[in-house]
Design a protein around this ligand. Structure first.
Ligand SMILES: [Fe+2]
Ligand SMILES: [Fe+2]
Length: 189
């Protein structure tokens, strides 16, 4: 199968109806794609992997099912093993080695994209003027977006070999062009 965004989007939306999950998929996609461009990797494959990383979350909402029970569905649909393995590796509880640039990137973008999104939701202009410094400050407040695992954010940047600020900046910049699709304000009210 030739993986395209269109095919991945079709699979995603067949299994995922929740707006917040679709927005999460889009945010992680934009971030992962920006790294694919930066690194000269296969942007279509990386983008599709990110779009699909939580595709089964609605039907498999618990860690004893997600994402491992989604993998056979992706295999059935004809997705390449490289994509399926990367999807599986984003889950800490499966303890799979993140031994490719795609796996490292997906893991590093997953929690951080969610966190940047949360930061944007409480700002009058969304992420338009959001700076890494303010994201870092919020990361230190345990009650803010409490569901985001801080240790995964820090470890993700480390595994990518990037300074945390640089990684945060990359993710913010990747998400800015799709801020309206993410339900974020694009200018101050
Ligand atoms: Fe997940
Ligand atoms: Fe995710």
């Amino acid at each position: 199968m030739d993986v395209t965004r269109e095919i991945a989007w079709e699979t995603l939306t067949r299994y995922t109806k929740s707006e917040s999950l679709l927005r999460h998929a889009l945010a992680v996609e934009a971030s992962t794609r920006s790294y694919a461009r930066r690194l000269g990797e296969d942007e279509e494959l990386w983008g599709a992997t990110a779009l699909l990383h939580d595709f089964d979350y609605e039907i498999h909402p618990t860690l004893d099912q997600h994402p491992q029970n989604g993998a056979p569905i992706l295999r059935e649909e004809g997705y390449p093993e490289e994509l399926i393995e990367a999807v599986l590796s984003h889950a800490e509880h499966l303890s799979m080695p993140r031994d490719t640039p795609l796996k490292k990137t997906l893991f590093a973008c997953d929690e951080l994209a969610g966190f940047v999104h949360a930061c944007g939701l409480v700002r009058p202009d969304g992420i338009a003027t959001l700076e890494p410094k303010s994201v870092r400050k919020k990361l230190k407040q345990p009650s803010f977006a409490a569901g985001v695992h801080r240790d995964e954010v820090y470890r993700g940047a480390e595994e990518l070999g990037l300074d945390l600020d640089e990684h945060i900046r990359n993710v913010i910049e990747a998400m800015r062009p799709i801020a309206d699709q993410l339900g974020l304000k694009t200018k101050a009210a």
